[in-house]
Design a protein around this ligand. Structure first.
Ligand code: BDP
Length: 590
C-alpha cells in the first residue's frame, strides 16, 4: 500500500473536489443505476464528512453515493491504472462507468483497485463511490450493541465510544498509474551499529519476475548505493551509512531513498532510528525518551474527519508550542499526510486501529470483530511501516470485560476464566499478529480504568487511561492524586515495564473559572493536569504523559457531553488555548 507519487514513470491525479452526492436510505441506488450518474444530486466536498456539511445529514449514518466525471490522461495508456481511496467510513464500493470494481470494509485506511481495462480513453469516465456507515455490533468500532445498556455513553447515535461517528470520504481519491511490472511494496528497516546506520530495504515487484535494480540513499553529502537482484519478484539490500545522521524527536533528520527497477522508480523518506525498551525506559536510538503529548482526534468544524491540511500544520505548531513530542492516533489511523508531518517534525506516534471499547461480554460478535481487527492491523502496518515517527502499534483502546463498571476504583473482580475468554485471548491474538508483521516496533493495548491488569501482560509498554479526579473522585484532587500515585507504583511493581498515561483529562468550558477545585473550570483542569505531571516527574518509569485531549471534539449526544462536544481539550475546537496549555509549557517546552 505505497503512497502514490508522481515521477517520470509514475503518474498521479488527485480527483478530490466537489462531487455529486445523494443519500440512499432505501438502498435503491445500485439497481437504479446511480453508478451512471445521480439525479437531484447536491454538492459535497471530498475529502470531508457529510455530517458536517449539511444540517439535515448530521445524524445520517446510512448509505450514500458520490459521483464525479473524470478524464484519464491519454498519455497514461499502456500503464496500469488504479483508483485509490484514502478513507471511506465505513464501507466503500467503487464503480467505474456503471461497473462495480470492488469494495472495502473499515474506515480510516486506504484501498485501491486496478481499473486499467475499464477506462474509456479520450472521453469522460463516470466514477461512483457508495459509502455506508451503519453502526453494527460486529463492526470495528462497534455500535448499536445488543441490550443497548452496553452502549457506554447511552448516546445518540448508539456508539460504544464518544467521538461523533462522522461518515463519508475522508481522504483524497486519486487515480495513479504505474509501469506494467511495478514496485508493489518497499519495506525499510533501520538499525544502528556504533556511529554507522544500517538501512535494510526489501522490494517486492507486482510480478514474480527476475531482474536487476538499484537502491540509493541520499542525505547531506552522502550518497550510498547498492544493487538489487530480483528472484521471484523480491530483492533485498542492506546499506551501511557511515556516521549516520539519526532521526529523533529533537532532530528529525530524513534521508531520501530511491528504489529503481528496469521500468519503475519509487522514492520515500527514511529516518534512521531504533526503538526499544529497557526496564522502565523507552529508548530512542539507545537513549531514554519521554513520549509527552496528547490523545487527539481528526475533527474540525465543516471538514469533520476530512483531511484538512492547514489544520494539520496548525495543530503541529500548537503541539510544539506546548512542548509535546508525541501523540496517539486515538482512535483510528490518521491520514498519511499526518504521518509524513510526524516524520518531518519529529513526533513519536502510537498508531492505533479503530478497536475502541471492545465489549468482550458480547461474545456472539467476537469472531467477526477479531477478523476485522486483524485486517485493520495488517492494513495499518502495511501503510505506516516505513514512518520513523511511528514507534508503537496499539491494537485496542479500553477493551472492556464482562461485568465491567465505568469509574471503578480498583481492578475488576472477575474470575480468570471470564477474563481469559474471549478478552485476553482476543487481545493477545492481535498483539501476536502485530509482532509477526513488524518485529521492529513496540506493541501495546491501551487499558481502561478498573479493567483487568492481566490483559497488559504481553504489552511492551503499559498504556493506562486513568481519570482520577474526573470520572472517579471528581472534585477531590488531593485524594485523586494519592490514588494515582498508589496505582502507578502498584502497576510498576507488577510489570516493571515503562508506563505511559495515554489518557487523563477533565472537561473544561472555556471561560469558566472557580476556586478551589470546581469541576468544569479552567482552573480545575490546570490543577488536575499539574498534579498528574508532578506525580509523573517523580517516577522514572513513567515514560510518557498524553493528555486527553489535544482539542475539544465533536461527540455523540449524551448527558455527559455538553453542547455536543467532549470538552477535555487543552485547546478549544477552534484551537484557542485554555489555561492548562500554559501548565504543559511549564513542564514540557524545550
Ligand atoms: C476514554 C476514551 C475516550 C473518551 C474519554 C472521555 O478512551 O475515547 O473520549 O474516555 O470520556 O474512556 O473523555
Amino acid at each position: 500500500m505505497l503512497y502514490p507519487i508522481q515521477n517520470h514513470v509514475r503518474n498521479k491525479l488527485d480527483i478530490s473536489g466537489i462531487w455529486d452526492f445523494k443519500t440512499d436510505p432505501d438502498e435503491v441506488g445500485e439497481a437504479g443505476g446511480w453508478a451512471n450518474g445521480l439525479t437531484e444530486a447536491r454538492p459535497m466536498a471530498v475529502p470531508g464528512s457529510w455530517n458536517e456539511q449539511y444540517d439535515d445529514l448530521f445524524g445520517y449514518l446510512d448509505l450514500a453515493w458520490y459521483v464525479k466525471k473524470v478524464y484519464v490522461p491519454s498519455c497514461w495508456k499502456g500503464q496500469c491504472v488504479f483508483i485509490r481511496v484514502g478513507s471511506a467510513v465505513y464501507f466503500g464500493t467503487v464503480y467505474l462507468n456503471g461497473v462495480k470494481i470492488g469494495a472495502h470494509e473499515g474506515g480510516h485506511l486506504p484501498f485501491a483497485f486496478e481499473i486499467t481495462d475499464k477506462i474509456k480513453w479520450g472521453e469522460e469516465n463516470i466514477l461512483a463511490i457508495s459509502v455506508e456507515n451503519v453502526l453494527k455490533p460486529s463492526r470495528i468500532p462497534s455500535g448499536n450493541m445488543p441490550g443497548g445498556e452496553m452502549s457506554l455513553f447511552a448516546s445518540t447515535p448508539k456508539t460504544t465510544y464518544d467521538f461523533y461517528p462522522f461518515s463519508g470520504i475522508h481522504r483524497p481519491v486519486v487515480l495513479y498509474s504505474v509501469p506494467q511490472t511495478y514496485i508493489e511494496d518497499v519495506t525499510v528497516v533501520t538499525g544502528i551499529n556504533g556511529a554507522d546506520g544500517r538501512v535494510k530495504v526489501t522490494v517486492k515487484l507486482s510480478a514474480a519476475a527476475a531482474g536487476q535494480g538499484s537502491v540509493e540513499l541520499k542525505g547531506g553529502d552522502a550518497v550510498i548505493k547498492a544493487d538489487l537482484v530480483f528472484t521471484n519478484g523480491v530483492a533485498e539490500a542492506t546499506l551501511t551509512v557511515p556516521e549516520a545522521h539519526l532521526w529523533s524527536d529533537k532532530d528529525p533528520y530524513l534521508y531520501d531513498l530511491t528504489v529503481a527497477t528496469e521500468g519503475d522508480q519509487y522514492s520515500l523518506k527514511v529516518g534512521i532510528r531504533t526503538i526499544t525498551v529497557d526496564g522502565g525506559k523507552i529508548l530512542l536510538n539507545g537513549q531514554p525518551v519521554k513520549m509527552n503529548g496528547f490523545g487527539r482526534h481528526e475533527d474540525f468544524i465543516a471538514s469533520g474527519k476530512g483531511l484538512n491540511l492547514p489544520l494539520i500544520v496548525k495543530d503541529y505548531q500548537l503541539m510544539r508550542w506546548t512542548g509535546a513530542n508525541s501523540y496517539r492516533t486515538s482512535h483510528y489511523p490518521y491520514s498519511e499526510e499526518e504521518m509524513q508531518m510526524a516524520d518531518r517534525e519529529g513526533f513519536l506516534i502510537i498508531d492505533e486501529i479503530p478497536a475502541v471499547s471492545l465489549q468482550m461480554a458480547d461474545e456472539a460478535n467476537s469472531p467477526e470483530r477479531l477478523r476485522m481487527c486483524l485486517q485493520q492491523i495488517e492494513e495499518m502496518i502495511a501503510r505506516d511501516k516505513n514512518h520513523p515517527a511511528v514507534v508503537m502499534w496499539c491494537v485496542a483502546n479500553e477493551p472492556m470485560p464482562k461485568g465491567f463498571s465505568v469509574g471503578a476504583m480498583s481492578e475488576s473482580n472477575l474470575s480468570m476464566e471470564e477474563l481469559n475468554f474471549p478478552g485476553k485471548m482476543f487481545l493477545e491474538t492481535e498483539i501476536a499478529r502485530a509482532r509477526e508483521l513488524d518485529p521492529t516496533r513496540l506493541v501495546t493495548i491501551v487499558t481502561v480504568m478498573g479493567g483487568p491488569q492481566n490483559w497488559m501482560e504481553k504489552c511492551d509498554v503499559i498504556c493506562m487511561n486513568r481519570y482520577w479526579g474526573w470520572y472517579t473522585l471528581g472534585g477531590q484532587l488531593d485524594i485523586a492524586r494519592q490514588k494515582l500515585e498508589e496505582e502507578l507504583d502498584q502497576v510498576w511493581g507488577r510489570f516493571h515495564k515503562p508506563i505511559i498515561m495515554t489518557e487523563f483529562g477533565a472537561d473544561t468550558i472555556p471561560g469558566y473559572h472557580g476556586k478551589p477545585d470546581v469541576m468544569w473550570t479552567e482552573d480545575y483542569q490546570a490543577d488536575y493536569i499539574r498534579f498528574h505531571l508532578e506525580v509523573a516527574a517523580r517516577r522514572e518509569f513513567v515514560a510518557g504523559m498524553q493528555v486527553w485531549n489535544f482539542a475539544d471534539f465533536a461527540a455523540v449526544q449524551s448527558i455527559m457531553r455538553v453542547g455536543g462536544l467532549n470538552h477535555k481539550g487543552i485547546f478549544t475546537r477552534i484551537r484557542t488555548p485554555k489555561m492548562a496549555a500554559h501548565v504543559l509549557r511549564e513542564f514540557w517546552a524545550r
